[in-house]
Structures are given as C-alpha cells and as structure tokens.
Design a protein around this ligand. Structure first.
Ligand code: SAM
Length: 215
C-alpha cells in the first residue's frame, strides 16, 4: 500500500524507492467514515497517530479528502490535519489488503448501515468472518469501537464480537474512561443527527486479546 500521497508530511525523506515509505504506520481506521466528522475531531486529539477514513462511496470519499486538503491549507502554520486521510474502499472485501497483521490500535465502526431485513444481514460490517479480519489487522490490546442507534444491530454486534475468541467486551467503567468513546458519541454526522432527534445511542467496545499459543 502506497500511503505517501495520503500523508505527504510523513514521508520518510531518508529513504528512496517506490512506494515512498512513511516514518510511521497508519494505526487508526474509521470504517464507513461517511463525511469524516470523526476524522476531523480525532486529528488534534491524536496528533501522534495516522488515522484513515475508509468509505465505499467514491464521491463521499473524494469530498472528505478534499475537505482534509482544504483544512491542511487553512492550518499550514500549525500543521494540523496532516495526520488524517480518506480513501475509497469496500472494507468488506479488501480490508486486509491495506494493513499488515497487528498494524492497527483502533478501529471505529460508527453507525454502520443496519440492513434491517434478515436476508440482508450478510451485508452487515460485523460478522464472524469480518471479525476475524478485524482480529488480523488489530494488535493485541487494540480496541474496536462500535456505536449505533439501532438496538437490534447493537445486539447483533455484541453477540458476534462476544462469540469471537479473540475479542472481549470492555466494561462500562472502561468505556466511560476512554476519551475515544466520548468523541465517537458526539462527533460523527450520524451521531449528531441522532442527538437532534433525541434518539438513543448504543455503544460497545471490544479489546483484541493476545493469540492463544500454538500447541
Ligand atoms: N460513520 C459515519 C457516521 O457515523 O456519520 C457514517 C455512517 S453511514 C450510516 C454508514 C457509512 O458506511 C456510509 O457512508 C456507507 O457508504 C459506508 N459503508 C457501507 N458499507 C461500506 C463498506 N463495505 N466499506 C466502506 N464503507 C462502507
């Protein structure tokens, strides 16, 4: 994966060759980032991390990348927003093409499409198979954050992550003390919409456990 065009300020100038290497890896992913509100909120809160938004709709992904470019120009003096980017991807098909094993420390799944009908459940971005892909790209100790306003989907996500041997749900106390949970709850476009409509938000976070030793 050539990340150099996404994070030009982080290209390692001491190396040559293609693709150009970065001085650090992308470690945070917002899957189905929509219009990128969470990316822009996380950028100043996690200045040491490289954060990627992944969005299946081409026009939306382009819009977010253009917005980030504009913010970078506006903030050229303080260097803000260099650590976020957005790419067009169908993560259900191609997530492991983008990351090495254990590369990520956080994945956000914010207000994923609910796909209400039973015959559409296979399109949900949480499933037994996809959870194994998340387990591959997230390092032990890393966290998957989920939030939705659809209780049925919340129950589905909790069931699928709890059933997976590599994940353990965080306690309410752990969730409450994690600043990323607070940001996720208020900064996405969908979250704001739910807030305006005085809807409920269901949050669940899951820690990626160490792998069992091979016998
Ligand atoms: N996370 C944003 C928020 O909370 O405001 C957007 C939520 S929106 C309901 C769900 C987003 O996921 C849409 O922008 C949709 O295009 C995107 N999406 C759906 N399936 C996807 C996939 N397979 N890969 C990447 N993005 C996907």
């Amino acid at each position: 994966m050539d990340w150099s065009t996404y994070y030009p300020k982080f290209v390692d100038s001491t190396t040559t060759g293609t693709p150009r290497q970065l001085v650090k890896d992308v470690t945070v992913a917002d899957i189905g980032c929509g219009f990128g509100g969470l990316l822009m909120a996380l950028s100043p809160l996690m200045p040491e991390e490289l954060i990627i938004g992944m969005e299946i709709r081409l026009r939306v992904a382009e819009f977010v990348q253009q917005k980030i470019s504009a913010l970078r120009v506006q903030h050229k003096d303080d260097g803000l927003y260099q650590n976020i980017a957005c790419l067009r991807a169908n993560t259900m098909k191609f997530l492991p093409n983008f990351f090495k094993k254990s590369q990520l420390s956080k994945i956000f799944l914010c207000f994923p499409d609910p796909h209400f009908k039973a015959r559409k459940h296979k399109a949900r971005i949480v499933s037994t198979t996809l959870n194994s892909e998340y387990a591959f790209v997230v390092k032990p100790g890393g966290i998957i954050y989920t939030i939705t306003d659809v209780e049925d989907l919340h129950v589905w996500m909790v069931q699928h992550f709890e059933k997976h041997p590599t994940f353990e749900r965080l306690s309410k106390e752990e969730e409450d003390s994690d600043p990323s949970v607070k940001v996720m709850a208020i900064e996405t476009e969908e979250g704001k919409k739910v807030e305006r409509n005085e809807g409920q938000k269901f949050i669940a976070c899951f820690k990626r456990l160490e792998d069992e030793p091979w016998i």
